[in-house]
Design a binder for this molecule. Structure first.
Ligand code: SF4
Length: 350
């Protein structure tokens, strides 16, 4: 069966693969960047960032030399900033230990920061043409259907079985194209809600299709809804109302990005305490400027926004007074979180 599946997948890929910028290269660094960007982000969004990021950091050496601020600024708007920091750390390791060349050896690749089994397999198969499997959401859906796997996604036995099937498929000619064909099929024909089995190259081998159960599989993992959390944020402006205080490193949720000062809480007392904790002397308006909601992977932040007038700012590397104009723009040179951009847009509308 793997042989027939493999042949059908490669034919499908050769005839129908979408022309995506990262498919025009075998450079392991560029493929690494694309794979990290594509995690939890739509292809159309990544298209807008990928070329720009590589123009700014065309090689491992260029990215390794960049500051965290520069990297986060180029990533700003893509979200999940931990990915950018890990990519940066991984690339620095490649420059320090492998002369800037992404290692062809799978074990060495797997030891790099931010490279898990999936990313290692994607780089190994696409850039180095090695028979390394990959399993992402799209591949898992296709394999669960083809083999009629009934155990839920995310469970250890299901994952082991999926990697085993993917491993068998990757052992053959053109493993990079084969892996991309699986992902492509999952992203196009074998979609979550309405699989187009009548057009699918795997139709004859697919057990879920034969059993009329394509839409029932895979069995989803149990999801916990994002937890609602109340936060306060304070826009501390200087006398001219042109510059605003931003802080960094207050919450692990935003990694190294610059933000309006913020913390858990819902009222003016929490906002006041926040300024005291940061050592920022400012006159707080107790009446909120507005409210906004921001969804992160596991949390729904309900933010009450306050305004304040700056009296004195301590000299600390984690605090900056920055011109507000342009900060709400995703192309700014400073890595600012999307939540802070949304809040600043509200502040300067009021
Ligand atoms: S036949 Fe249908 S369910 Fe099976 S892999 Fe193809 S699109 Fe998916």
């Amino acid at each position: 069966m793997p042989k027939a599946l493999r042949a059908a997948l490669l034919r499908f890929y050769d005839e129908h693969a979408r022309d995506l910028p990262w498919r025009r290269t075998r450079d392991p660094y560029a493929i690494w960047v694309s794979e990290i960007m594509l995690q939890q982000t739509r292809v159309d969004t990544v298209r807008r960032y990928y070329d720009r990021f590589l123009e700014r950091f065309p090689t491992t050496t260029a990215l390794a030399r960049a500051s965290e601020d520069q990297v986060l600024s180029a990533w700003s708007g893509l979200g999940y900033y931990r990915r950018a920091r890990l990519l940066h750390a991984g690339v620095r390791e490649v420059v320090a230990s492998y002369g800037g060349q992404v290692p062809a050896d799978a074990q060495a690749r797997r030891k790099l920061p931010g490279i898990g089994r999936y990313t290692a397999g994607a780089i190994g198969s696409i850039a180095f043409d090695r028979p390394e499997p990959i399993v992402d959401g799209n591949v898992a859906r296709v394999l669960c259907r083809v083999h009629a796997i009934e155990s839920p996604l995310g469970r250890a036995d299901t994952e082991a079985l999926l990697w085993q099937h993917a491993g068998e498929l990757a052992k053959g000619p053109r493993p990079g194209a084969l892996n991309q064909a699986l992902m492509e099929l999952g992203a196009t024909l074998c979609s979550k809600r309405s699989p187009r089995c009548e057009q699918c190259p795997l139709q004859r081998s697919c057990l879920a299709h034969a059993q009329g159960r394509a839409q029932e599989l895979p069995v989803p993992r149990k999801k916990t809804p994002p937890k609602a959390v109340q936060w306060v944020a304070v826009a501390v402006l200087d006398d001219t109302r042109q510059s605003v205080v931003l802080s960094r490193g207050q919450s692990a949720l935003f990694g190294g990005l610059w933000n309006l000062p913020m913390r858990e809480g819902s009222d003016a007392d929490a906002a006041k305490q926040l300024l005291t904790e940061l050592g920022v002397a400012a006159r707080l308006s107790r009446q909120p400027l507005g409210r906004l909601e921001h969804l992160l992977t596991h949390r729904r932040l309900q933010v009450t926004l306050f305004g304040a007038k700056l009296s004195q700012l301590p000299t600390l590397p984690t605090l900056r007074l920055l011109p507000a104009s342009g900060l709400a723009d995703a192309r700014t040179q400073v890595g600012v979180s999307t939540l802070t951009r949304k809040a600043l847009a509200q502040v300067f509308r009021t």
